[in-house]
Design a protein around this ligand. Structure first.
Ligand code: FAD
Ligand code: NAG
Ligand code: NAG
Ligand code: NAG
Length: 454
């Protein structure tokens, strides 16, 4: 008897731990929708537009910041009006993804992208501060684009492009993943006689998709996520790069207008309950709708809450959940998603220390480089002025840090098998090629699956 009573008590306490009680919420704080989308960056904002405008579904977007757009950072110089897109800089066409810019409800115009500072590029050695002489040449020289074209042809001829972009729907089972894709990129390049591609790839992958260690030791499959075949075409002129007129933030301001009150800004999920028939989320949300400062994202990093702007808890009741945030341990915690130490978490864990110095030191590193350049005369004298960072953004981790062995054992299959479990779906650069237009195409495949049965 005693044992039974104890077991019953245990069961009750477990059940109530995750229970969300609807009567705890005012009626105006309960939101009923088809799909709850977490994150309003490239993937979440795009999915929200498509689900509401094209599929006729209702959505709510939960966004941590007071503005949509994720890695987009547009800074407009107050005196000159010059636009600096210092986050996401440019877009390249991938399949029909550019239709999104020109659809009637979005209708933003694009212009050819030119590097920041126009065509006046100066190469400086940051350690000495000295400008390199005009004799400087990229280590690849003309051989770079030729090697990248060979890389492209190799990827398409073997069907490796379709296995790795826009997501990994087409990647074979672990034991059947092509050997080449699990070679370190340095060995891959050597095997195919295309070492000259490496120094062009390096900067464009953020020095190796946020991983630590030697670039050439990183798995080819990981590099391809940040350097997919579609992107390689830019390097030999098969596709061009574009920017949004007025700054890349303009696109997301349009989306913000389309979605209106369906976005909860300054908001985060604090509790959740998920089953095969639907999901419930408790969201901590600023009461004032203070979205879109419309200027720089420098404000974005400090949520705009005013003192009287007390957070309020809202309850979202939805049929499906779409996670469009990086699947880091911290981000996934409120979703009671997986057992601790599940391999999915290795995605984010490579990001705690994602460059050669911790993010907290990044500004100091930049400041020292600038001071050095001033000292040796590469940059003009600051005449007593301090270096000021008018806008700054921490883009967090990128890439996934898994080994060839884990991939062989089916890591990717396990990860993709999570799609749809307990009404929950994943999108975004955590699990697909890391370019906006490719993420939109990944969404197009995913959204068809999500709306089945809605
Ligand atoms: C510096 C940089 C430059 C880049 N440049 C380009 C480029 O020029 N061209 C290109 O195509 N791609 C570029 N990329 C790739 C870029 O990552 C992807 O294009 C895209 O931003 C990824 O979209 P996403 O929706 O997966 O994530 P994100 O854009 O990061 O969106 C995630 C959103 O979720 C929000 N969020 C995060 N955590 C939570 C939470 N717990 N709760 C609620 N909300 C949350 C964030 O505020 C953000 O708005 C660049 C990336 C970086 C980092
Ligand atoms: C799109 O914007 C342009 C101006 O940039 C305007 O001339 C055109 O009428 C707009 N189209 C639609 C469908 O709104
Ligand atoms: C790869 O994908 C492209 C575009 O989706 C398609 O046209 C092509 O037939 C595919 N190739 C193979 C080998 O599946
Ligand atoms: C991050 O890197 C620094 C410098 O290499 C090191 O001292 C620190 O222990 C690392 N932190 C983590 C969490 O790995």
């Amino acid at each position: 008897m005693r044992t039974t009573a104890l077991l019953a008590a245990g069961a009750i306490s477990v059940a109530s731990a995750g229970r969300i009680t609807r009567s705890d919420f005012h009626r105006e704080d309960i939101i009923y929708k088809d799909v709850a989308i977490i994150g309003g960056g490239a993937s979440g904002a795009h999915a929200a537009v498509r689900l509401t405008q094209d599929y006729g579904k209702s959505v709510v977007v939960v966004e941590r910041e007071p503005i949509l757009g994720g890695h987009v950072d547009t800074y407009i110089d107050k005196t000159t009006g010059n636009i600096h897109d210092y986050g996401i800089a440019l877009y390249f066409p991938y399949e029909d993804s550019f239709d999104f810019f020109s659809r009637p409800d979005i209708n933003v115009t694009l212009s050819p992208w030119v590097p920041a500072g126009g065509n006046e590029i100066r190469y400086v050695d940051f350690t000495s501060g000295q400008e390199l002489t005009s004799a400087f040449q990229s280590p690849d020289g003309a051989a770079g684009p030729i090697a990248i074209k060979k890389f492209h042809d190799l990827m398409t001829a073997n069907g490796w492009d379709n296995m790795t972009q826009p997501g990994y729907w087409g990647l074979p089972a672990g034991k059947d993943i092509p050997e080449d894709l699990l070679l370190p990129i340095g060995e891959f390049a050597k095997k195919h006689g295309i070492e000259a591609m490496l120094s062009s790839m390096y900067p464009s992958t953020g020095g190796g998709v946020g991983s630590r260690g030697n670039f050439e030791d990183i798995l080819t499959l990981s590099i391809i996520k940040a350097f997919p075949t579609a992107w390689s075409k830019v390097f030999f002129g098969e596709v061009s790069m574009f920017k949004v007129d007025g700054g890349n933030q303009v696109l997301y301001d349009k989306i913000s207008t389309i979605l209106g009150k369906d976005v909860l800004y300054n908001s985060q999920v604090v509790d959740s309950q998920r089953s095969n028939s639907g999901i419930e989320l408790v969201v901590d949300s600023a009461r004032l709708d203070n979205r879109k400062d419309g200027l720089s994202k420098s404000m974005r990093r400090k949520p705009n809450r005013k003192r009287e702007d007390k957070p309020t808890k809202k309850l979202i009741i939805a049929k499906k959940l779409l996670l469009a945030i990086p699947p880091t341990r911290e981000n996934l915690a409120p979703f009671d998603l997986l057992a601790p130490n599940s391999p999915l978490f290795s995605l984010g864990s490579s990001g705690t220390n994602y460059t050669d110095f911790p993010p907290s030191e990044a500004k100091e590193v930049a400041r020292k480089a600038i001071q050095k350049m001033v000292e040796v005369g590469t940059l003009p004298d600051l005449e007593g002025e301090e270096v000021e960072f008018v806008a700054w953004s921490d883009h967090g981790p990128g890439g996934f840090g898994v080994s060839a062995q884990e991939l062989r054992e089916g890591w990717m299959e396990d990860m993709y098998a999570l799609q749809g479990k307990r009404s929950t779906w994943f999108t975004g650069n955590g699990i697909a090629a890391d370019f906006t237009t490719m993420l939109w195409k990944f969404n197009d495949v995913l959204l068809d699956k999500i709306v089945e049965g809605l």
